[in-house]
Ligand binder design. Structure first.
Ligand code: P6P
Length: 332
């Protein structure tokens, strides 16, 4: 009798089945949060398709020469990703308000009976697309503070990272991987385009306390503080490996899997750091913490920062607990 596993190996746990089997992970377990996660996963499938054919569909390059709210020139795929995610979240009906890297102010979906808020960077690292380097979507999900049925306001969207109920990213890389954290842990799902499904590929991810990789743009070295330079020297003396892709999701995912530290410190050009708290630092910090890592702004836990504006920036140190702790010691 031929071994059935030889001729028809199981495909693994699909995202929908994982969500159904782990309803208790999705707070309040009435299905809305699960549906919201499915809405994000669907938009990710669509963006994955756009990215993989960008060179053929004439959607590479910049969208125009007007800088966005960040002062950066939008790429065509930034705009496409923004449209796709806002549309998916609005039509999905589970989100009452969204804050996005691409929009100056709150996006009101009109779903005032919905329970959830989403903070999103629809396509982070998009300047890498034209050179075929990995990019990613980063998202946080919060429970609204205002009453169901009312119009959401700033108290809903400006919550500290500790209030996140789900945080995740989609990495459009050599394969497309959806990684998300709930209070119960971090799981990764690899997208199988031929089936149009995400399958559990990285169950219960834990980041190693140690690591041999440091990720920082050393092109900014002349703008670094002395303590940052001293820490980098210590990394070199320990013969650590430098790896910097210039796409936060890709740099973080590598360190999550292999161990390491990612640093975007304050510089002369960006005295409060370059990365945005609400839709870059907080979601990545939540994932890092739930995987056993640490994320700080150089002094305090990123997740404890009380936000005052949608696009505020923060210095960012994230990764293996021992590496980040050592970096904090050298900065103090
Ligand atoms: P730099 C991309 O623009 C981004 O927000 C992150 O994805 C990335 O880690 C960082 O900025 C790269 O910034 O200044 O090194 O090019």
């Amino acid at each position: 009798m031929l071994n059935e596993y030889k001729i028809a190996a199981p495909v693994g746990t699909a995202l929908d089945r994982f969500i159904a089997k782990n309803q208790t992970q999705f707070q309040y377990a009435t299905g809305e949060l699960s549906q919201l996660l499915r809405d994000i996963a669907l938009a990710g499938k669509i963006i994955n398709r756009e990215i993989n054919r960008a060179g053929l569909a004439g959607i590479e390059g910049s969208f125009g020469d007007e800088p966005n709210v960040q002062g950066e020139i939008q790429q065509k795929l930034d705009v496409i990703a923004e449209i796709r995610f806002i549309r998916a979240l609005t039509r999905g009906g589970q989100t009452c308000a969204i804050i996005s890297e691409e929009e100056e102010d709150i996006i009101y979906t009109g779903n005032n009976d919905a329970k959830y808020i989403v903070a999103i960077d629809p396509l982070d690292g998009s300047s890498n697309i034209d050179v075929n380097v990995s990019v990613g979507t980063i998202f946080s999900i919060y429970k609204r503070k205002t009453m169901i049925g009312s119009i959401p306001d700033r108290t809903d969207v400006l919550q500290p990272g500790t209030e996140q109920v789900v945080a995740g990213y989609i990495l459009y890389g050599s394969s497309t991987v959806l990684v998300f954290a709930t209070q119960y842990g971090v799981n990764g799902f690899t997208y199988e385009p031929s089936l149009g499904e995400y399958f559990l590929s990285h169950p219960n991810i834990q980041i190693k306390p140690e690591g041999n990789i440091y990720s920082i743009n050393e092109g900014n070295a002349f703008e670094f503080s002395k303590s940052t330079l001293d820490y980098l020297e210590s990394c070199k003396k320990k013969k650590m490996t430098a790896r910097y892709i210039g796409s936060l999701v890709a740099d973080f995912h590598r360190n999550l899997i292999k161990g390491g530290i990612y640093i975007y410190p304050e510089t002369i050009k960006n005295p409060n750091g370059k990365l945005r708290l609400m839709y870059e630092c907080n979601p990545i910090a939540y994932i890092a913490q739930k995987a056993g890592g640490i994320a700080t702004d150089g002094k305090n836990s990123i997740l404890e920062i009380i936000p005052h504006s949608i696009h505020q920036r923060s210095p960012f140190y994230v990764g293996s607990s021992h590496l980040v702790s050592d970096a904090m010691k050298s900065l103090s």
